[in-house]
Design a protein around this ligand. Sequence first.
Ligand code: CU
Length: 614
Amino acid sequence: MLTRRNLLRTAAAGGFFAASGALLPAWARSANAGNKGIFEVSGNAFDLTIGHSNVEIGGRSGHAITINGTLPGPLIRFREGEKVTLNVHNTLDEDTSIHWHGLLVPFHMDGVPGVSFPGIKPKSTFTYEFAVPQSGTYWYHSHSGLQEQLGHYGPLIIDPAGADPVEADREYVLVLSDWTFEHPHKVFARLKKDAAVYNFQQRTAGDFLRDARENGIGPTFTDRASWGAMRMSPTDISDVTASVYTYLINGHATDDNWTAIFNSGERVRLRIINASAMTIFNFRIPGLPMTVVAADGLPVQPVETDEFQIGVAETYDVIVSPTRARPFALVAESIDRSGQVVATLAPEAGLVATAPLLREPPVLTHRDMGMDMSSMDHGSMAGMDHGSMDHGAMAMTDTVPQSHDHRMGVGVDNVAMVQVSRIDEPGLGLESVPHRALRYSQLRSLTPNPDTRAPGREIEIHLTGNMERYMWSFDGVKLSEVTGPIIFHESERLRVTLVNDTMMTHPIHLHGMFFDLVVADTDHKPRKHTVTVKPAERLSFDVTADHVGDWAFHCHLLFHMHAGMMQVVSVLPRVAGATTHTPHKGHEPAVPPSEEDIPTTETPTPDRQHEGHH
Ligand SMILES: [Cu+2]
C-alpha cells in the first residue's frame, strides 16, 4: 500500500513523478510545463546520481535506472575547451558507468568497464575530469550490462568556444528512446531462445536460409514463387519491436503530446539524439522541410531534406523555419514500422498535431540479402566462396563479390555474396517515399577534414551473425572469444572497410576518434562517431589514430553488443613506453609494434588482414 510517508520518500528520491513532467529537467519538459526552448550553459561541475526510480510511461508505472531521478537524465551543457568535473555517485547494488558518447576524452575517462576503466562499484563515486576539443550535440549513457535499456541515458551539449556556426532563435533537444516494461534481461533471454519472439508473421529470412542450406542456394534463389511469397517480417528488420516497446521523445509517449513551441518565421534548432537501446528511427515533420546542419555533433554543409533515418547513437541537428501558425507532428517511426512516437511543434501549448498513420512495413530485397545479381552474371556465383576477385581496395566499388576470409561456423549464418555500396541510399524503407530522404552521400563536413593523407593501409571487418541463434559478432568471433585487440598505430591514417554480412542494419560506433566517412573523393568527408551500415552494404571510413589507448568498437544495438558484437581497438604509441597505455583485463597485453609492423605513409600497403586477429 502506498502510504503518504512512502510517497514522500519516493518523491524525495526523485523518481516518482519523473515522466509526469513536474520533476523532469527543464530541457525535457513540454511547453505546457514551461519549456520555451532556450537554454544556457549549465556549468562545468556536475553531480550525477545513478539510482532506481519509478517512472510513469504512457500512464503506466515502471521501474527504471535513472540519473538524478529522471528519464532521460539531466542536460549536461558546457563550453568547448572548459575543464569539466563530473562526480558520478552509484547508489545501485551493481556496477555502473557513464560513457560520454562521441566526446574525445582521454581513454581512461571514456567510461567503458573492462576496456578503459574498471567501472564504478556499488555505493561508490567516480570522478570524471576532462576538457574536450569539440562542440555540438552528444549524449551519455551507461556502458554496464543492460542499464541503458532501463533509462540510464541523457543529452550532452557543448557550446563552441567561439561563435556557433548555426544560428537559431530557440532550440529543443529531442531524445528518442525505446522503453519496455519487460526486464531487459528477460527480453534478451527470450531473443536467445527464439529470435522471432517479437514477430508475429510466419515466414522469415531464417526460413529462406534454411531452404538455401537444404536445397542449395541455386534452387532456392530461382524459386521465384517462394521468393515472391516470402514477405519479410518486422523481426528481420528489428529484433525488438513495438510489440514490447513504447517509443519515447524526451521520456514522453505519444499520448503525453510533448510540445515544443515556436513563433512564425523563427529559426528553430532541433538537436535530435537517438538514445534507443535497439531502435533505428525514421524522423520526419510532415509539411515542414528540415535543413541538416550537423551530424554526430559536428557541423555539415546545410542540406535540406524531408526525412532521415537515424541509427542508434547517431545525432542530427536540423533547422526548421515554420511560417504557418499551425501544429506540426514530430514523428519518430521505428525502422520496421511496427510503431512510432509523435510529439507536437506548435505556435502555442495545448495544440495537438495530427499523427500520420503508420506506413507499410518495408520489405527486404535481394539487395538486402546480399544476393543482388542484377549487375553480375550467375557464373560468378561460383567464385563466391573465397574467390579471388580483386576488391579494388582503394576504389569506390559498386558491387563486390564476397572473398573475405573470416571465420564461418555456427555464429555465422549468412555472407553477403554480393556486397554493394549503399552510401547513396537513404536507408531501409525510405527508398520509395514520396519526398526527399537524406543519404550519407549528401553530407559534407562544413570545414576541411583535418587529415587529408591517403590511408596507408586498409583493414576489412565483417559484421556477422546467426539470426536464429541470436549470435552477433565481428568476423564471426564474439567478444568473449576474441584473442586480441584490433591494432591501430598512433598517428597513422588507415581505412576501415565494413562489410555487413547480415540482413539487419547495424549502427557501428568507434570510441575515441572521429572517422571520415568515404562518401566521395573529397576533403570534406562527413566526420562521424557512428555509422549505420545497411544490409549487405560495403562501406569505408578513413580514420587517423590520434588518440593512444584502448577504445571500444561495437554495434550500438544494445543486445547485439551484449551478444558479442564488439571488439577493442588499441591505438599503440609510436614510441613504445612513451605513453600511459596499459594492458586491460580480458585481453592480451598489446605487444609494442616492431619496426616492420609500423606502416609508413610513403609506401602504402593495402592490407586486408586484421592485425591482432591471428
Ligand atoms: Cu548490430
